[in-house]
Design a protein around this ligand. Structure first.
Ligand SMILES: [Zn+2]
Ligand SMILES: [Zn+2]
Length: 144
């Protein structure tokens, strides 16, 4: 984890921004989360540890973590974004149930290949993407 903290520190400095203990605290907390998270969840986690971090500093830090490539915005639900740590994860789809809100992931290497292909062809450097499919989960399909 320490090398990730160090790379982030370098990245912040290169951008001419100030590296603050708050940013580091947010990063450490995020790296410990294994599931998807949103700003509210993160805020409550930090608050539970008696942290003084404000939601505003979380909102300011998240775009930097996306830019450095540590996290991605993975889907929107309830009108706000959910993120996940993507350092060790391949691109995957999210199936989102519109009724109960359950989120399932689907991994397939073909997806990864396809995205790489698009990236190469487009000349872009992809930083984040949404791979979300909305519908009804098997349970909600049954309940009428
Ligand atoms: Zn459902
Ligand atoms: Zn995911």
């Amino acid at each position: 984890m320490e090398h990730l903290i160090e790379s982030f520190r370098q990245f912040i400095k290169q951008k001419g921004l100030k590296y603050t203990p708050e940013r580091e605290e947010i990063l450490r907390e995020i790296l410990a989360i294994e599931d998807h998270f949103d700003v509210e969840t993160l805020y409550l986690l930090l608050k539970g540890k008696n942290s003084k971090i404000s939601k505003a500093s979380i909102y300011r830090t998240i775009p930097l973590l996306i830019e450095v490539g540590y996290i991605q915005e993975v889907y929107k639900q309830g009108g706000h974004s959910h993120y996940e740590v993507t350092l060790y994860k391949q691109p995957h789809l999210h199936f989102i149930c519109m009724k109960c809100g359950q989120v399932r992931e689907a991994l397939d290497h073909r997806l990864n290949d396809l995205i790489k292909e698009f990236e190469a062809k487009s000349g872009y450097k992809f930083l984040t993407y949404h791979l979300e499919i909305f519908g009804l989960c098997p349970y909600c399909r049954e309940v009428k």
